[in-house]
Write a protein that binds this ligand. Structure first.
Ligand SMILES: CC(C)(COP(=O)(O)OP(=O)(O)OC[C@H]1O[C@@H](n2cnc3c(N)ncnc32)[C@H](O)[C@@H]1OP(=O)(O)O)[C@@H](O)C(=O)NCCC(=O)NCCS
Length: 205
């Protein structure tokens, strides 16, 4: 059975984060760059962990203690998400799912978690830049109510591609909390359909 957890990264996770970054972005941030996030009160750097065990009880143990003798596959970092709180804005700087695990509802789970963090900080709106050719990411952001508000010309040095600048307003409002609750149910349903088990409430971090 395979299980999921979202939690803040700690120093021991930095090498895994760096490796995942290289896999997903070809090396967007350095190891030192990830390290700086840990020390910043204005940063939330979240990791999505997956592991496999023989039975449900051992999964519960793992969530509680960080160790289980029955692990088939020990926890691996398969997702990264980061936001910077700047004034009243949440700048989403990283969102990535390991290529082998994409298309299973994990990206939306991690984005949901970042938006929850932003809501409770509390911040008023979220923003990000995305390659206009990155249709998967653009579609994901649209799904969460992000709207295109402009573009930065030739923002990406490697291809000269424009960045779309996207915004999601209203995240400080009480109704956004309701929105998060409704989305959470749908996200959890999707994860179950994809055969992911939630050993604990993965969104309760
Ligand atoms: C963008 C990314 C985080 C999405 O994660 P994911 O786990 O594959 O996405 P999910 O399975 O949660 O999909 C959620 C939604 O995203 C969109 N989406 C995901 N993959 C898509 C694809 N191949 N084509 C179109 N839309 C897609 C859809 O709206 C989807 O909702 P749906 O399943 O109801 O149609 C992932 O593709 C990734 O890590 N890409 C590389 C790094 C990157 O580009 N990050 C974004 C930088 S701005």
């Amino acid at each position: 059975m395979r299980f999921l957890q979202i939690k803040h990264l700690v120093a021991e996770d930095l090498n895994s984060a760096f490796e995942l970054d290289r896999l997903c972005f070809g090396g967007l941030w350095t190891l030192e760059g990830y390290g700086r996030e840990l020390g910043s009160p204005n940063s939330d750097l979240l990791g999505l962990w997956a592991w496999e065990t023989e039975d449900c009880e051992s999964a519960q143990n793992l969530a509680a203690t960080g160790a289980s003798p029955l692990q088939i596959i020990p926890p691996i970092l398969i997702g990264l998400g980061c936001l910077w709180a700047i004034l009243e804005e949440a700048h989403i700087t990283i969102l990535a799912i390991h290529p082998r695990f994409q298309g299973q509802g994990l990206g939306q789970a991690l984005l949901w978690a970042l938006l929850k963090k932003a809501h409770y900080r509390p911040l008023e709106r979220a923003t990000l830049e995305v390659r206009e050719s990155n249709l998967a990411a653009v579609s994901l952001y649209h799904k969460f109510g992000f709207k295109e508000a402009g573009r930065r010309k030739r923002y990406y040095e490697d291809t000269g591609e424009d960045a779309l600048v996207m915004w999601r307003n209203g995240i400080e409002k009480p109704e956004f909390k309701q929105y998060l609750a409704v989305e959470k149910v749908q996200i959890c349903d999707r994860l179950h359909q994809e055969n992911w088990h939630l050993a604990i409430d993965i969104f309760d971090f």
